[in-house]
Design a protein around this ligand. Structure first.
Ligand SMILES: C[S@@+](CC[C@H](N)C(=O)[O-])C[C@H]1O[C@@H](n2cnc3c(N)ncnc32)[C@H](O)[C@@H]1O
Length: 250
């Protein structure tokens, strides 16, 4: 369920051919990267009403969307760059009308109108683009599209291995303006040894500095934790504080 740093460097995760080959090899198996819905459910239910129109970007063959429907969600559009996986998933879920699958590149979702979704969920897809060629341009296009598709007040929920030093400047690219709440959760199966002084509840947001960084001295109990960025699309004008920090964009 994890993308290790050696894996991240070894393959072209931004390449459709890589994913097609991988999904062909997987056959009918399913696989959820990073975390299963059961672990993410408290965050999803807190920020996304079951009536929301949800876009799952880079859905892969994860069971997350199916689990969300079992939990009451009624409208989940799933897209992925791999036609192999979207075709497999479409066939698998023909009996579940709440789930739709389309082959689409997250960098060009012009098929959808502006402000047509209440929520966009991304588990590992921005991460994939960040590992590909033209990573910066690809990520920037993806985030422009996500921002365009969300209605004001809508939520982009990003589940990633990327810590705020790399993800916050990226999220706050020109043209995007989010109110961001950050949560940090350990990898599945992580065993706490109780050696860390801060016994935080995972439902407690991690405070960010004015420039969107972790507080000085903040220690992760699991160094390979996952980060959940709950990004609410602001209504209207760009936030001044975010513009002040945008020069940190990498
Ligand atoms: C790390 S996997 C995550 C899959 C799934 N979200 C999960 O949590 O298990 C990344 C997914 O992003 C898809 N992907 C990569 N680049 C893409 C792009 N440009 N547009 C749409 N999907 C893309 C891949 O095909 C793959 O299914």
């Amino acid at each position: 369920m994890m993308m290790s740093s050696s894996q991240r460097n070894a393959y072209s995760y931004g390449d459709a051919l890589y994913w097609d080959a991988r999904y062909l090899a997987d056959g009918s198996a399913s696989f959820d990267w990073y975390q299963r819905y059961s672990a993410l459910r408290p965050f999803v239910r807190k920020y996304v009403p079951v009536s929301a129109g949800v876009l799952m970007v880079g859905c892969g063959n994860a069971v997350m969307s199916e689990d969300m429907v079992k939990d009451g969600y009624i409208d989940i559009m799933n897209i992925d760059i791999s036609s192999v996986v979207t075709e497999m998933m479409r066939k698998k879920y023909t009996h579940i009308p709440q789930l739709r699958y389309m082959q689409m590149d997250v960098r060009d979702m012009s098929f959808f109108d502006d402000e047509s979704f209440d929520c966009v969920i991304d588990k590992g897809t921005l991460d994939s683009l960040m590992c590909g060629v033209d990573a910066t341009l690809s990520a920037s296009r993806m985030l422009e599209e996500v921002n365009r598709l969300l209605r004001p007040g809508g939520i982009y929920m990003l589940i990633t291995y990327g810590d705020p030093s790399v993800r916050i400047p990226r999220l706050n690219q020109p043209g995007c303006s989010w109110n961001i709440i950050l949560y940090i959760i350990p990898r599945p199966g992580f065993q706490s040894h109780g050696g860390c002084s801060s016994q935080r509840s995972i439902m407690e947001p991690v405070p960010l500095t004015k420039c969107g960084q972790l507080p000085a001295g903040f220690v992760l109990e699991d160094p390979d934790s996952h980060y959940i960025y709950v990004c609410e699309k602001e209504h209207g004008l760009l936030g001044i504080a975010q513009r002040d920090c945008s020069s940190a964009l990498k």
